[in-house]
Structure formats: structure tokens, C-alpha cells
Design a protein around this ligand. Structure first.
Ligand code: ADP
Ligand code: MG
Length: 239
């Protein structure tokens, strides 16, 4: 479905700049729910942006169904992204002056005939428990409701792939679990999901978890991905 082949991302800057990703190779097959786990600053968002065609790697390739995303023109890449990839962000990125229904419909690719998609949008709004909120603006919704609007916006175009960047970072555990359950429903229906997160809460929904540490994929058991407990905690546990 989507593959990163030895991708590297360097940001130029003082002192040689920052290498955010080094030699990252990751293949995600159709129907997988992959969780990429790692601490803040390890390169998760950079990886997701590269996979979504939104940030060109400094080296390596990203392919979507075998097509090299960054060998395409920017227009073609934008079209593929708009039609096939749904994004979900930690801070929702809803448009405050649009209603819930309008925000959901804003997820359609440019040029879509909105009228053809209203029924599907309404269906998603119902499924996500937002039926009574369809005409409300995001400012009046809870964080959990806002993220469900963002999920509906990602789903309205029938994407092949959903890329989610810490989608539950601003939610309490109950709302976080609900978001993951909806992502899992999409995956069980044949969709492909990649979630990046620093937490553990996504692991139980994953078909596979990979760890990112300082811009590199590392084995799940690596010390740098799972730092050892502090001496005081260990001694408490041992006593
Ligand atoms: P994460 O999402 O895991 O917290 P990021 O992918 O946002 O990490 O960032 C990885 C590293 O790359 C960090 O050191 C960050 O400061 C750096 N970085 C990210 N984006 C940029 C940018 N546009 N310019 C310079 N440095 C960046
Ligand atoms: Mg990030």
C-alpha cells in the first residue's frame, strides 16, 4: 500500500541542522493498522508528512501502490493525497466558522460535487455520535467530539489510507479509546491506518507496532525506545 524506502530528512540550520529521519524503511500493507511509537522529537510528524506527500524527504522514496510520490508533479501528488489519504491531527484543525457538517464535507477532494456526498456525510456524522451536533460550530464541541468531526472529515472521501498524528494527544482515555475504535472499524472494513504516537494507548488496536528513536526505526525492545525505569522506581518494584 505505502512504503518508505531508506528515507532521510535533514532540516538545514545552524550547526549542521537537524537530521529528523535516517534510513527509515517501512512497508505498510493494505488492511494493516500500524502504530509508530516514539518520544517527542523523534521524527514522528516528519515521517507522517513524508508518507502523506506533504514533505519531500532529503533522500529515499515514498511509494503509494508502487508509484513514487515525489517523482510526480506537485499537482499530481496533491490530487493523489486529496483523493486517497485522510489525515487526522492532534489539534483537530477544524474550520471554526463552518458547522460540523460543513467541516466534514470540507474533507472532499477539490472539484467534488458536494450534493453527491451529503448523505454519506450525514451517515458518518450519525455513526460517530454527532447527529445532534451537525449544525453546530466546532467551538461549542468537546475535544472528543471535535476529533470525531475530524475523523468524519478524513473518512468522507472513502480514503484508502488514514494517517493520524497523535490523534488522541488531547483526549481523555474514554474519548481516546473511542477514536481508536473508529479507526479500527475503518481498518476492518479494508482500510489502512498509520498512527504515530508517544503513548501506549494505541498498541491494543495495532496489527503491528514499530518504534522510532532519534529518527531511526528500532526494534521494539530497544532500550532507547523503552528507557529503563529510574533506580528509585526499580527499587520500589523490587521491594
Ligand atoms: P515528533 O513528531 O516525533 O515530536 P518531529 O517530526 O516533529 O518529531 O521533529 C523531529 C525533529 O525534527 C525535531 O528535532 C524537530 O525539531 C525537527 N524539525 C521538525 N520539523 C522541522 C522544520 N520544519 N525545521 C527544522 N527542524 C524541524
Ligand atoms: Mg509530532
Amino acid at each position: 500500500m505505502i512504503a518508505c524506502e531508506q528515507i532521510e530528512k535533514r532540516f538545514p540550520g545552524p550547526g549542521g541542522g537537524v537530521t529528523a529521519l535516517s534510513d527509515v524503511t517501512l512497508t505498510v500493507d493494505r488492511g494493516e493498522f500500524v502504530v509508530v511509537k516514539g518520544p517527542s522529537g523523534c521524527g514522528k510528524s516528519t515521517l507522517l508528512l513524508a508518507m502523506g506527500g506533504m514533505q519531500r524527504p532529503s533522500a529515499g522514496r515514498v511509494t503509494l501502490d508502487g508509484v513514487d510520490l515525489y517523482a510526480q508533479s506537485a499537482n499530481e501528488r496533491n490530487r493523489v493525497r486529496a483523493e486517497r489519504i485522510g489525515f487526522v491531527f492532534q489539534l483537530f484543525h477544524l474550520l471554526p466558522f463552518l458547522t460540523v457538517r460543513e467541516n466534514v464535507l470540507a474533507g472532499l477532494p477539490p472539484g467534488s460535487r458536494i450534493g453527491d456526498h451529503v448523505a454519506h456525510a450525514n451517515e458518518l456524522i450519525e455513526q460517530l455520535g454527532l447527529g445532534e451536533r451537525a449544525s453546530h460550530r466546532p467551538g461549542t464541541l468537546s475535544a472528543g467530539e471535535r476529533q470525531r468531526v475530524a475523523l468524519a472529515r478524513a473518512l468522507v472521501k472513502h480514503p484508502a489510507l488514514i494517517l493520524a498524528d497523535e490523534p488522541t494527544g488531547n483526549l481523555d482515555p474514554a474519548n481516546a479509546a473511542e477514536v481508536f475504535r473508529h479507526l479500527a472499524t475503518f481498518q476492518r472494513a479494508g482500510g489502512t491506518v498509520v498512527v504515530v504516537t508517544h503513548g501506549d494507548d494505541a498498541a491494543r488496536y495495532a496489527t503491528r507496532t514499530v518504534c522510532l528513536s532519534r529518527g531511526r526505526l528500532v526494534p521494539a525492545s530497544s532500550d532507547s525506545a523503552n528507557p529503563p525505569r529510574s533506580p528509585s522506581t526499580s527499587s520500589l518494584a523490587a521491594s
